[in-house]
Design a protein around this ligand. Structure first.
Ligand SMILES: [Zn+2]
Length: 225
């Protein structure tokens, strides 16, 4: 058994990385070299880039402004209710779905369903301004989940040298790829209509700020019944 895995690993490592512009050899049983494998695992695509949530801070402020001026919007109440139920389910059983442990951690730090909704909207809005930010939908899903998971500090693991029962250093444990994939995809699919609506409203608000009479020039539309 062990020899079998060892020989499969050795024969796989003789092949080049699957990435078209990479000449390194494959890592272990992966179709990619180590760096491309790590990117795929943590970011959802071998060419994906990790972005810091400070980048969409202005977008977060725009979303907050919109939501604060529409506190009773039925769509907003519906998505907050949806995320609240997801958090309750995670709190009841950390194995209920992939990433439930991450949502439990957020709950433990006092993160609310509304904060998660705002972060998802801000990330979506930022993505709409940066259409080339993600090489695939999966990478965008991973990034959405990473943005939400970053709402509370990550648990740290000790490392370095141990002196007198204490470790010299520590590092933040990364979220696992199954959690990133599931939570990212689940949030995108479940909140899609709301995310699109918020993005559209913010774009409209931007246009109006630049040109206050812009809406007057739009053709009349038949009222939706
Ligand atoms: Zn590679």
């Amino acid at each position: 058994m062990h020899t079998d895995i060892r020989s499969r690993r050795a024969s796989n490592e003789a092949f080049p990385c699957r990435h078209p512009s990479c000449h390194r050899s494959r890592a272990s049983l992966s179709p990619y070299c180590r760096p491309h494998f790590e990117r795929t695992k943590h970011l959802g695509h071998p060419d994906a880039v990790a972005y810091r949530s400070g980048l969409w801070a202005p977008h977060r402020a725009e979303v907050e402004r919109l939501l604060e001026s529409n506190p009773d919007h039925p769509g907003l109440l519906q998505v907050i209710n949806f995320v609240d139920r997801l958090l309750t389910q995670a709190a009841g059983n950390v194995y209920a779905f992939k990433g439930a442990d991450e949502l439990c951690r957020l709950l433990g730090h006092g993160v609310t369903a509304r904060q998660i909704v705002v972060e998802a909207c801000a990330h979506w809005l930022w993505t709409s301004d940066m259409p080339k930010a993600f090489p695939s939908d999966t990478a965008a899903d991973f990034a959405l989940a990473r943005a939400v998971f970053a709402l509370a500090p990550r648990p740290r693991r000790p490392c370095g040298v141990q002196r007198g029962g204490r470790w010299s250093s520590s590092y933040a444990r990364k979220p696992n790829s199954a959690s990133l994939r599931f939570i990212g995809q689940h949030l995108r699919k479940s909140l899609a209509a709301f995310l699109v609506n918020v993005t559209h409203a913010v774009h409209q608000a931007r246009t109006l700020r630049k040109d206050p009479e812009a809406l007057m020039r739009l053709p009349f539309q038949v009222t939706y019944r």
